[in-house]
Design a protein. Sequence first.
Length: 114
Amino acid sequence: MLYSFLAVLWLVLFATPVYAQEPAQISEISTVIKNIISILAPVASVVFLVMVIYGGFKYIRSRGDPKNTEEARNVLQYAIIGAVLVAASWLILLLIEQVTGATVTTITIPAPAQ
C-alpha cells in the first residue's frame, strides 16, 4: 500500500508534460495498416516453423502414447491450418493490390533522423 502511494506521489510530482502533435490523417492509417500487415507475414512464418518443430518434438516424445500422440497431431494440424490462413490472407492482399493499385504488401523502414 505504501509503495503504491509513493509511486503515485512520484508520478504526480515528477511527471513531465506531454504535448499533443498534429492529428493523424486518414492517409497515415493506411500506412500503419500496411506496415502491420507486412511485419505480420514474416512473424507468422517464424511461428509456423516453431510450432512444426514443437509438434514434431512432441510427436517423437509421445512414444506411442495415444493421448500424447493426439496432442502432437493437433499441434501440427493447427500449425498447418494457421499457415494456410496466413497464405490465404496474403493472397487476398495481393488480389487487392492488383485490383486497386494500392501497395499493401511492401514496407519501407525510414532511416533514423540525424
